[in-house]
Design a protein around this ligand. Structure first.
Ligand code: GLU
Length: 465
C-alpha cells in the first residue's frame, strides 16, 4: 500500500515538543514506507493563527530535517472546498439546517445534564426541513444527521480498539452561521482530498475521531488508519507545559542541541526498539516499523536528552562542530577565532560539552584576554600560595626562553622543572592550571598553553607574580 500522511499544525505558537514528536512519527513512518508526507497548516482560527508562527514551524521542521512533499496546504484557502462537501451532505440528507441559537443549545445541554444524560443538542431541527432564505442565511448552522444508536469503532494503530456509543455523540455542527467550516469538517475533507492512508496525531484528538469517522461514513468515504500517540509528560508526570521550562523546538535549537539528537530523543518518547537508544536519522527511518509505538505516555527527561546530544556530537567531525558552534560563540559575545584556530579548540574541548552552547562556553577562557580572566575563588585559595607563586614565576621565565612554543616542548620543560627541583606534580600543576584556565579542572595544560600562544600564556602567568 502506498502510504500518505500529514502533519497538520495549527499556527498559534512555535512548534512544541509534542507537535514535533507527531511530525517525526508521521515522517519516519512515511519515509520508511517510501510514501508521501504532506504539511497542512490548520489556520482556520483567524484570531489566533499568525503567519510568523507558520514561518517558525516550517523553520523548525527544516531544522529537524523533516522534509515534506509538495507545497504546504493552508486550510484558510480552502473554505469553498469544505462547503462543497457540506452541500453534498445536505443533498444526500446526511446533514440538515438548524436555526437553534447558541443559547437554545446551551439550554438543551443543561436539560440533558439535569436528566443525568450526556449534554448534547437534542435534534430539534432534524426533521424541520429548514432551508436558508435570503432573509436569514447567516443565522443557520448545518449539522450532521448522526446515527443515534449503535456504536462507532476506532481501530487505533497505537491504542487498539476504542468503542464509542453513538447515543453519546452529537449532531455536530459542520458549518457555522458565518459559512466557515468547523474544525472536524475541514480536517475530514482535507484528509480525504489529500488521500491520507494514515492519520497519526496526539491522543488529545481521540475525542474528535469518532466525530470524524461519522463524517467519513456520511460522505461514503474510506477511513484512514488512525494512530493516536500519548501526550508527552513533564518530569513530574504532568502534561508537558511551559511551566516545565523550554517546550518549543526553537528553544532547543538555541540551547545548542543537534537536531538529530532531538529527533532521536523525541522518537524514544513513545517508540521503542528493544533496549536500543542511539539512532541516527537513517537508522530511525530503517527501523521505525520494526519498533513498537507505546500506548502509555512517557515523561520528558532533560538529562537523557543532554546525554543523547553528547552521543550525537561524538559522531560529528570537529570541522562540522566548529561550523555549528560559531553562532554560539558570537551569542556569548566572544571573539570568533579564524577557522584554523577554532578547529583545535573544538578538538581539545568537544569531549567536555554536552551541547554546542556548552562547547562555546567551555571555550571562553581560551578566547578572552588575560585581563578578562575570571578565577574560581575556591581554586585560588587552594592553590595560590607564596610557594606556588614562585613556581609560576620560574615557569614563566622557563617558557619564555623556549625556542619553540609547542605542546611537546612545553611538556618537556614543565616536567623537567618538576623533576629537576625534586617536586611533586601536584605542587605545580594545579596552580598553573588555575592561572591559565581559572579553575581546577580543564584540558591538558601543555595543549592549553600551545593553543593560547606564548604571549597570552606569559600574560596569564605574569598576573600571579
Ligand atoms: N491541528 C491539530 C493540532 O495542531 C492537528 C489535527 C490533526 O492532526 O488531525 O493539534
Amino acid at each position: 500500500m502506498k502510504v500518505v500522511t500529514r502533519f497538520a499544525p495549527s499556527p498559534t505558537g512555535h512548534l512544541h515538543l509534542g507537535g514535533a514528536r507527531t511530525a517525526i512519527f508521521n515522517w519516519l513512518f512515511t519515509r520508511h514506507h517510501q510514501g508521501k508526507f504532506y504539511l497542512r497548516i490548520e489556520d482556520t482560527d483567524t484570531l489566533r493563527s499568525k503567519q510568523e508562527y507558520t514561518d517558525s514551524i516550517l523553520a523548525s521542521m527544516n531544522w529537524l530535517g523533516l522534509d515534506w512533499d509538495g507545497e504546504p496546504v493552508y486550510q484558510s484557502e480552502r473554505f469553498d472546498l469544505y462547503n462543497q462537501y457540506v452541500d453534498r451532505l445536505l443533498e444526500s440528507g446526511h446533514a440538515y439546517w438548524c436555526s437553534c441559537s447558541p443559547e437554545d443549545v446551551e439550554k438543551m445541554r443543561e436539560e440533558a445534564r439535569a436528566r443525568g444524560e450526556n449534554p448534547k443538542y437534542n435534534g430539534c431541527c432534524r426533521d424541520r426541513g429548514l432551508r436558508p432564505s435570503p432573509g436569514n442565511p447567516e443565522k443557520m448552522v448545518v449539522r450532521l444527521r448522526a446515527p443515534q444508536t449503535g456504536i462507532t469503532v476506532l481501530n487505533d494503530m497505537v491504542k487498539g480498539e476504542i468503542v464509542f456509543n453513538n447515543a453519546e455523540l452529537d449532531d455536530m455542527v459542520l458549518r457555522r452561521p458565518d459559512g466557515a467550516p468547523t474544525y472536524n469538517m475541514a480536517v475530514v475533507v482535507d484528509d480525504i482530498e489529500m488521500g491520507m492512508t494514515h492519520v497519526i496525531r496526539g491522543d488529545d484528538h481521540v475525542p474528535n475521531t469518532p466525530k470524524q469517522i461519522l463524517i467519513y461514513q456520511a460522505l461514503g468515504a474510506e477511513l484512514p488508519i488512525f494512530g493516536h500517540v500519548p501526550m508527552i509528560l513533564g518530569p513530574d508526570k504532568q502534561k508537558l507545559s511551559k511551566r516545565h521550562g523550554a517546550t518549543a523546538v526553537i528553544d532547543y535549537e538555541k540551547e545548542g542541541l543537534l537536531p538529530e539528537a532531538l529527533v532521536n530523543y523525541l522518537t524514544l518518547l513513545g517508540w521503542s526498539h528493544g533496549n536500543d537508544e542511539f539512532f541516527g536519522l537513517e537508522d530511525l527511518v530503517r527501523e521505525f516499523a520494526n519498533g513498537r509505538l507505546n500506548p502509555s505516555p512517557s515523561a520528558f527527561d532533560p538529562e537523557k536528552l543532554a546525554w543523547l546530544n553528547h552521543e550525537h556530537m561524538k559522531t560529528r567531525s570537529s570541522q562540522e562542530l566548529a561550523e555549528l558552534v560559531a553562532p554560539f560563540i558570537k551569542a556569548l559575545e566572544l571573539p570568533l577565532p579564524a577557522p584554523e584556530k577554532l578547529l583545535p579548540l573544538v578538538e581539545m574541548l568537544r569531549e567536555r560539552a554536552q551541547t554546542l552552547k556548552d562547547l562555546a562556553a567551555a571555550m571562553k577562557f581560551m578566547l578572552i584576554d588575560a585581563a578578562q580572566m575570571e578565577y574560581d575563588q575556591k581554586a585560588l585559595e587552594k592553590t595560590i600560595t607564596p610557594e606556588s607563586r614562585a613556581h609560576l614565576a620560574a615557569l614563566r621565565s622557563l617558557f619564555d626562553g623556549l625556542p619553540e612554543f609547542d605542546a611537546s616542548g612545553l611538556h618537556d620543560a614543565l616536567h623537567g622543572y618538576v623533576e629537576g627541583n625534586g617536586l611533586k606534580f601536584k605542587q605545580v600543576g594545579p596552580p598553573l592550571r588555575v592561572a591559565l584556565v581559572g579553575a581546577l579542572a580543564g584540558p591538558d595544560l601543555c595543549q592549553v598553553m600551545s593553543l593560547l600562544g606564548k604571549e597570552q600564556t606569559l600574560a596569564r602567568l605574569t598576573k600571579f607574580q
